[in-house]
Structures are given as structure tokens and as C-alpha cells.
Design a protein around this ligand. Structure first.
Ligand SMILES: Nc1ncnc2c1ncn2[C@@H]1O[C@H](COP(=O)(O)OP(=O)(O)O)[C@@H](O)[C@H]1O
Ligand SMILES: Cc1cn([C@H]2C[C@H](O)[C@@H](COP(=O)(O)O)O2)c(=O)[nH]c1=O
Length: 228
């Protein structure tokens, strides 16, 4: 039985890496897949992982019709056994319904990867439809961690280093390389620079990012080293 699977996790939890591995494993067994993404941080027509690997991908736009895309390719004689769909949070609910139809009517496996909720903890429309329609919803195995060490479950947006809860739902961006505590402080960050940080629910709801909880002056780099 073909399946619609939703691999869901916070930003930086390994979704794109898993998407690349899923494609590799299926292709290695002689299956033919199509890779889609939308608004990858590395640009258009690409699926990239923070581990450094990236592959060409079909860029999803508002006009993309997955049903038509697959039928067109198959009519030309090209095999399509499975789809890898990254950044599904940016797909429309109608596009998610097209993916479900491909599973049910043409028996194509569809592997979707994306974040469920935005920086306000609200579901993206595409992710909501995935949660509603998927045969399986799989959490990522590798835990992304909040600065407190607990599993990160939510995505925070910062503007100029300060966590915000209002703004456009879609702003392409990246998490801080360092997790926040020794990141550019609010006062130093250029005004308007958007960043993201993954947090546990407790700290997301309290707006306690790493920079707030552990100000730069107390970051590990500036603390005296332990004497052995
Ligand atoms: N230098 C590194 N060494 C080992 N693992 C890394 C390194 N950089 C990133 N990672 C891993 O890659 C994960 C992010 O992978 P990625 O597929 O880009 O995430 P996502 O698509 O969910 O945003 C991190 O959670 C971490 O486990
Ligand atoms: C929380 C949140 C995220 N985004 C954007 C930021 C990134 O470009 C992607 C997530 O990519 P990743 O591979 O999972 O790191 O989504 C957004 O537009 N709005 C948000 O609220």
C-alpha cells in the first residue's frame, strides 16, 4: 500500500537530511523519484541539508499541480514511484490534497517533510492539511534541543535578536549557528535581521530565548574556566 507520510519536526531537526536519505535509499533500489521543495534557504530548485549535501529539486510554486506534474511525466513514459516533498509547510492545502490523491489513485509513495507550526505556534495551512490527511505522522528521531537541554518543540523568530510573536507567517531564514546564548545580542544585532531559535514549549510561551536566559556576559565563553 502506498502511503502519505509526514515527517514533522522543528527547524534544524534533520528533516532535509532525512529527505535526502529517503531519496537515496529508494533510488539505490532502482525506484524512480521526484524531489520537490519550496523556499529552501539555499535558493530555488534545490533541496539542501545543513550537513552540507544538496540536490536539484523541482521548485513548488502557487501554480504547481502535483497531480498534473506526475501524470504528465508518466504519460511521456517516465516512471514516478515516489515523491520527496520538502518544506511542505509552504504548500497549499489543495496541493496536499493532490499528494493524497496520488497516493490513493496511482499508488505513489509520498514522503513529506516540514515544520508543523510557525513562530506564533500556529499551524501552517499546508502542515495542517498534512496532519489531517497523512497515513502516518513521524517525529524526527534526532532531538533538536532548547537552550535548557529539553527537546525543542517550537520555533521562535527573532528580529534584531528579540523574540517576536507578530509578523508575516513566511519569512525564509535560518537558526543561529550557536543556539543563541553567545549569538549577537539584541542591542548589537542589526535592526530587522530575522533569525530563528528552537525552544521547548515552556520557554517559547515565556519568550525566554537563550539570549534572554543567559545574557552574553554569562555565556560559557566568558565564564572563567573550571579549575581541575
Ligand atoms: N557540523 C555538524 N555536524 C554534525 N551534525 C550536524 C552539523 N551541522 C548540522 N548537523 C545536524 O543537522 C541537523 C539539521 O539538519 P537539516 O536537515 O538541515 O534540518 P532541517 O531540515 O530539519 O532544518 C542538526 O539538527 C544536526 O543534527
Ligand atoms: C518558524 C517559521 C519558519 N519559517 C521558515 C524559516 C525557514 O526558511 C523554513 C524552515 O526551514 P527548516 O529547513 O525547517 O529549517 O521556514 C517561516 O517562514 N515562518 C515561521 O514561522
Amino acid at each position: 500500500m502506498a502511503e502519505l507520510v509526514f515527517f514533522s519536526g522543528t527547524m534544524d531537526s534533520g528533516k532535509s537530511t532525512l529527505a535526502l536519505q529517503t531519496d537515496h535509499n529508494h533510488a539505490a533500489r532502482g525506484l524512480a523519484g521526484l524531489i520537490f521543495s519550496r523556499n529552501d534557504r539555499a535558493g530555488h530548485n534545490v533541496l539542501s541539508s545543513r550537513l552540507g549535501l544538496s540536490v536539484p529539486a523541482v521548485e513548488v510554486t502557487d501554480a504547481t499541480d502535483f497531480w498534473a506534474e506526475v501524470v504528465r511525466r508518466r504519460t511521456r513514459g517516465n516512471r514516478v514511484d515516489y515523491l520527496i516533498c520538502d518544506e511542505v509547510q509552504f504548500y497549499s492545502p489543495v496541493q496536499i490534497e493532490q499528494l493524497a490523491r496520488l497516493v490513493d489513485e496511482i499508488a505513489i509513495n509520498v514522503f513529506g517533510f516540514g515544520i508543523s507550526t510557525d513562530f506564533r505556534t500556529k499551524l501552517f495551512p499546508g502542515s495542517a492539511r498534512m496532519l489531517e490527511l497523512a497515513d502516518r505522522v513521524e517525529p524526527l528521531q534526532v532531538e533538536a534541543l532548547c537552550w535548557c537541554g529539553v527537546r525543542a518543540t517550537h520555533n521562535a523568530r527573532t528580529v534584531g535578536g528579540v523574540m517576536v510573536t507578530e509578523g508575516e507567517q513566511v519569512v525564509v531564514g535560518n537558526v543561529s549557528e550557536t543556539g543563541g546564548a553567545d549569538d549577537v545580542g539584541a542591542a548589537e544585532a542589526p535592526t530587522g535581521q530575522v533569525g530563528y531559535e528552537v525552544l521547548c514549549r515552556r520557554h517559547h510561551l515565556r519568550r525566554l530565548t537563550a539570549a534572554v536566559a543567559r545574557p552574553a556576559s554569562l555565556s560559557p565563553q566568558t565564564l572563567p574556566l573550571d579549575e581541575d
